[in-house]
Design a protein around this ligand. Structure first.
Ligand code: AMP
Length: 279
């Protein structure tokens, strides 16, 4: 496995790749969710590139950029075990040199609500860095988790609107035994918060249960999820949403695929999760 820390080194490695390239972008502190993306890339692509870059432009001033967990040595061991060919680990200066002055920003309903409302500028940072990674690595496929469903939708829109020549592959959320979605940020949780965090999954399961029982009122599902969340005193609900998967507009009646998503504060940690309901 090769490690590239500069754009020039990464381009040189890329030039040596003769067949299809799969890219797995990450911010490191890897868990089984990231590794499932790497495994899919390994199975589908001839060459696998993973990136590890804690991207400062997607963090707001009140976000956790400084304390975001990092363990590059462990990450490299895990990626090597998955058969990754190249890990791109640039510095902040390498990605954003002095004078850097361009942004890639998806507009419209995908970036004015939910995570975008809670984290102004977040998706602009994501699309800018992902566009740069696509340009540097030039993959045929790029792998993202459905855990970050809005991010996946925004990236798909960027790729479509800019006619980027690659396939975006979305993969299912990997979960802990109690249903908590794996996340690097789970490392912040105290033992009590970690136990309480399972309430997100319980509320999503309640949504699915109602839906499977024939409930099609989005508001009834939101209310039932709020009721589950209210049973956990450590959970501070930021939003509960039942939205159209294509536009992310809140629904009244579920008639097509619906993204059920939520954001919950747990102590100093912000957790998100989602499921898709398909009539
Ligand atoms: P991050 O390092 O948090 O930026 O995540 C890198 C990629 O891994 C993103 O495409 C995430 O959606 C994906 N990811 C994060 N958590 C999970 C999970 N629990 N299951 C599957 N993919 C995930």
């Amino acid at each position: 496995m090769h490690i590239a820390t500069t754009v020039a080194e990464m381009r040189q490695r890329r030039a040596e790749m003769s067949r299809s390239v799969g890219l797995v972008p990450t911010m490191g502190y890897l868990h089984e969710g990231h590794l499932s993306l790497a495994r899919h890339a390994r199975a589908e692509s001839d060459h696998v590139v993973a990136s590890i870059f804690v991207n400062p432009t997607q963090f707001g001033p009140a976000d956790d950029y400084q304390r975001y967990p990092r363990d590059p040595e462990r990450d490299l061991r895990l990626l090597e075990a998955e058969g990754t060919d190249v890990v791109f680990m640039p510095s902040v200066e390498e990605m954003y040199p002095a004078g850097f002055d361009i942004w890639v920003e998806v507009g419209g309903s995908l970036t004015d609500r939910l995570e975008a409302a809670a984290r102004p500028g977040h998706f602009r940072g994501v699309t800018t860095v992902v566009a740069k990674l696509f340009e540097i690595v030039r993959p045929q496929r790029a792998y993202f988790g459905e855990k970050d469903a809005q991010q996946l939708a925004v990236i798909r829109k960027m790729v479509a609107d800019l006619n980027m020549d690659l396939e975006v592959v979305g993969l299912p959320t990997m979960r802990e035994a109690d249903g908590l979605a794996m996340s690097s940020r789970n490392a912040y949780l105290s033992p009590e918060e970690r136990q309480a965090a399972a309430v997100l999954w319980r509320s999503l399961c309640r949504a699915r249960e109602l839906f499977d029982g024939g409930e099609r009122s989005a508001e009834a599902i939101r209310r039932a999820m709020q009721a589950v969340l209210a049973q956990e005193p450590l959970a501070h609900v930021e939003y509960v949403s039942v939205a159209d998967t294509a536009t992310l507009q809140e629904l009244e009646a579920i008639e097509g695929p619906a993204l059920v998503s939520l954001a919950v504060g747990m102590g100093r940690t912000r957790l998100i999760d989602n499921v898709t309901l398909e009539p």
